[in-house]
Design a protein around this ligand. Structure first.
Ligand SMILES: Cc1ncc(COP(=O)(O)O)c(C=O)c1O
Length: 455
């Protein structure tokens, strides 16, 4: 049997080309077969179709059609975030240019744990992380797999600075990965601050910081998962300074507002944080993963320094080979920086800012439709691009049933969120190509499903 073609090397591009034609064709046929945002039939039907398509996962003899068959089945059974009715989560449609750039990273397979595996990739990562950190008013940044890893690293850096008695203080609106990281790092049980209107109450924070002995790490959120709310960052930062508390801001969702002239002011106070979580696979239109953790003080990162002779021998480092091991908790690490660099340079700040403005405008337009329609209740005016709504008069069970009905029929993908003691449907509008008719169509569909669907 001849050696299967390799993706890199002098022949790599020629070998890849026909395979990419197959992939692109299967993406087309799979999307046509699906016909909507989500495959119909729910989990059992999808599992059965995938099982049929795959057949024997590890056959005795290989199948030359596996690429076409599996990419078709994968696409047919996908939730497509580029479909205008796929709006449940902070699950963005990736930009084509970012996906194309990511192919080069996949083909060359640099690994950012040592310079000899990633010479240009490591130089590019240094440039991009510094540039993105500067956008947030910080000194440096690490590339992560997303908000969860960034939050975890933020707590680790804080623990290394303040010791194992460090107590996390976070709003009830904070992402679950924050208290989970405290558990993982063996920190004392976190203290929660009320967030009565969906954002952290700075007065209640002050009372907790006064009453509870430190050291404290306060975690604020710029763009909450449920509503897109932004905590009052300047007030929180002032309280942290007054009490000597360290501040982390989870801007996994809201961070890219920095690119928008129109919306940047909402992040005033962000640069006061010691660390900031950013996540460009949410409002940054990147393929997963594309997380970052920025640090105000680059010296904070010395806590991550680590030595493994085969990767960063002292004499190699002294001779000038960059030491990459302290840039992550991971060892082997893919070059996620390439798609980021290509996106930033292709679109520029103006281009990215325009996309941010577009999705925020879609959310305002959708909220206005809901507000003006007596058949629906609107939770609140959107802050970023998340809209909570529900059919007027429906109880929580009806809202949950309606959401599952839309999912299992494959007609629309809406999220769910609890706010003000009630369950709401959540539309997270991250698709800049959404048309006003799509928004009206979504509302119509929800009404139809509510009046006609199963109870
Ligand atoms: C505010 C916030 N922080 C952190 C995360 C976790 O990000 P990831 O899923 O990339 O780990 C999310 C995910 O939705 C989020 O909304």
């Amino acid at each position: 049997m001849s050696t299967p073609p390799l993706a890199s090397g002098p022949q790599g591009p020629d070998r890849l080309e026909p395979l990419l034609d197959t992939v692109l064709d299967a993406l087309r046929t799979g999307a046509r077969a699906r016909g909507g945002p989500l495959p119909p039939g729910g989990p059992d039907a999808v599992t059965a179709r995938v099982r049929d398509a795959v057949g024997d996962v590890l056959p005795e003899r290989g199948d030359p059609d596996a690429l076409r068959t599996l990419v078709h089945a994968f696409t047919e059974g996908a939730a497509d975030p580029a479909h205008p009715l796929c709006t449940a989560h902070l699950h963005c449609p990736p930009l084509a240019v970012a996906a194309a750039a990511d192919l080069a990273a996949t083909a060359l397979n640099p690994s950012l744990d040592s310079w000899d595996q990633a010479p240009a990739a490591s130089a590019l990562e240094t440039l991009v992380t510094r540039a993105l950190a500067r956008e947030a008013g910080h000194a440096d940044a690490l590339v992560t797999t997303g908000g969860t890893e960034s939050n975890h690293l933020a707590l680790l850096l804080a623990r290394e600075e303040h010791g194992r008695c460090l107590r996390l203080v976070h709003g009830t609106n904070a992402h679950h990965s924050l208290p989970r990281a405290a558990w993982l790092l063996g920190l004392p049980r976190p203290v929660t601050v009320p967030a009565p209107d969906g954002t952290l109450d700075p007065g209640a924070l002050d009372a907790i910081l006064t009453r509870l002995p430190g050291p404290h790490l306060v975690a604020a959120t710029a763009g909450t998962t449920d509503t897109g709310g932004i905590d009052p960052l300047p007030e929180i930062a002032a309280r942290c300074t007054a009490h000597g508390a360290r501040l982390h801001i989870d801007a996994a969702y809201g961070g890219p507002l920095l690119f928008s002239d129109r919306h940047r002011h909402r992040l005033t106070g962000l640069d006061a944080a010691h660390t900031i979580t950013l996540d460009l696979h949410k409002l940054g239109w990147q393929p997963v993963p594309a997380g970052l953790l920025t640090v105000r003080d680059a010296d904070d990162l010395t806590a991550l320094r680590h030595h493994a002779d085969y990767l960063n021998a002292h004499d190699d480092t002294e001779a000038g080979l960059p030491d990459l091991l302290g840039r992550s908790l991971r060892t082997t690490r893919r070059a996620d920086v390439l798609k980021l660099a290509v996106t930033l340079k292709t679109l520029g700040r103006t281009g990215l800012g325009a996309l941010v403005d577009q999705v925020c405008a879609h959310a305002r337009a959708f909220a206005a439709l809901v507000h003006d329609d007596p058949r629906f209740d609107l939770h609140r005016r959107p802050v970023i691009s998340t809209v909570l709504f529900r059919p007027a008069g429906a109880d929580d069970t009806a809202v949950a049933t309606l959401r599952r009905h839309l999912l299992t029929t494959g007609r629309a993908v809406l999220g769910r969120a609890r706010a003000d003691g009630r369950l709401w449907l959540k539309a997270t509008l991250l698709n800049p190509a959404t048309h006003p008719d799509d928004l009206a169509g979504l509302l119509h569909l929800v009404h139809q499903a509510h009046t006609e669907g199963p109870r």
